[in-house]
Design a protein. Structure first.
Length: 410
């Protein structure tokens, strides 16, 4: 089996995902990808005509993110018409799944050079814009298995784990502190580029979402976001959403709602891309690899609790690589909600000081389709900066799935 080398990784800054308020809200999502694509030949000796496919993860594939955003972004970037594109949706794991599919094409020997990543313009195409909810409006499935909103799932995990409001708030503050340090030390500079408007004027050159002044005390003043939602009688027989979740976990009497806007992932706009190449292409082209894919995996878990699958997905990826959690120098565990990395850290006995050392989605935001590719790029940059060798990137995914990728610096 061939090696899949990571040649480069690049991303936009993350802009606040509010229509008319975020700095990137005036940029069409195709143009976010197009600008990201056009950064690649400027950074490495990339022959655009050699790229065999562009794989783009995107969750809300409607309106401006509909059709095939991958192909239209290639055309918007004025890349050769011979370069093809495909768009995929694995919810929050879409960006990393795009990278993994690209790696599979290279490792199988069927492709030599692939670009993969993702995009989400949450200011222009908000969550839920496809009106399908998580179950695709399948009422027959819903009667058998009602998948509650993710915020309620996160609070259920915290309740089962005995994770307190103070613990999730402390984790959120740590995310902000780590991101603030990373920004102050220019740790994101290698992958980040400035997004411009049609006149070439810079509209955003740094992440817009971080709130470095957050404290446990300030977060304590925020009301839990999902208390009222959990009490809503939206079940098939008038059950509340909390009751539907608890029906799968009768050992719990009630859900303690601990998550809020300050300890959950931020709604943002952004795009991220990764270039992967075969060993043969690297030798022929003279490109210099930065890292390589060691292994990858997906794994499904119980779909009501939904957000616990990063643990078995990570275990599966580690097993394929012949590794254990202790062999991983850096972990990127997506901070969809603070309890997700906390749960993964506990279950895998990970040293917390190796996790999200430059902050995560609580501080930086979570542009759904792009996040996985952005996290992988962050991991590559940090491995090089710190001189470390291995990293594991993992995300929880709607419907009770997880995804993980193990990389090694070269």
């Amino acid at each position: 089996m061939s090696v899949a080398y990571i040649i480069d990784a690049v991303r936009t800054p993350r802009g606040r995902g509010k229509a008319g308020k975020g700095a990137l809200s005036g940029i069409h999502p195709q143009e976010l990808v197009a600008q990201t694509l056009n950064q690649l030949p400027r950074r490495v000796n990339l022959r655009r005509e050699d790229v065999e496919d562009v794989i783009i993860g995107c969750v809300s594939q409607v309106r401006e993110q509909g059709a095939c955003i991958a192909r239209n972004s290639i055309l918007a970037a004025d890349w050769p018409e011979t370069v093809t594109g495909v768009t995929l949706n694995r919810f929050c794991g879409s960006g990393l799944q795009a990278v993994n599919f690209a790696a599979m094409g290279v490792m199988s020997g069927q492709q030599d050079l692939v670009v993969a990543g993702g995009v989400e313009s949450m200011s222009r195409v908000p969550m839920g814009a496809d009106e399908a909810m998580i179950d695709g409006l399948n009422l027959k499935l819903r009667k058998r298995l009602f998948q509650v909103p993710q915020g309620i799932s996160a609070d259920l995990i915290a309740t089962l784990d005995g994770t307190t409001r103070e613990e999730v708030d402390r984790f959120a503050v740590k995310s902000q502190e780590n991101a603030a340090r990373a920004i102050a030390e220019s740790r994101f500079a290698k992958s980040l580029f400035a997004v411009v408007d049609d006149d070439g004027k810079v509209v955003l050159d740094k992440d817009e979402h971080p709130r470095p002044g957050a404290t446990v005390e300030s977060l304590a003043g925020l009301e839990a976001s999902f208390t009222m939602m959990g009490a809503a009688p939206l079940g098939p027989n008038g059950e509340t959403l909390d009751q539907l979740a608890l029906s799968r976990y009768p050992q719990v009497k009630e859900i303690r709602h601990v998550h809020h806007a300050g300890n959950s992932s931020g709604i943002v706009d952004g795009a991220a891309l990764v270039v992967l190449a075969s060993e043969g292409y690297v030798k022929r082209s003279g490109l210099t690899p930065r890292a390589k894919i060691r292994s990858m995996a997906t794994y499904g878990a119980e779909p009501v609790i939904m957000l616990t699958a990063p643990t078995p997905a990570s275990e599966a990826a580690l097993k394929k690589a012949g590794m254990t959690p202790k062999d991983i120098d850096l972990w990127e565990i997506n901070e969809a909600f603070a309890v997700v990395p906390l749960n993964t850290i506990r279950r895998l006995a990970i040293d917390p000081e190796r996790v999200n050392v430059n902050g995560g989605a609580i501080a930086l935001g979570h542009p759904l389709g792009a996040t996985g590719a952005a996290l992988l790029g962050t991991a590559v940059d940090e491995l090089e900066r710190s001189g470390k060798a291995t990293a594991l990137i993992t995300l929880c995914i709607g419907g009770g799935m997880g995804i993980a990728t193990v990389i090694e610096r070269v």
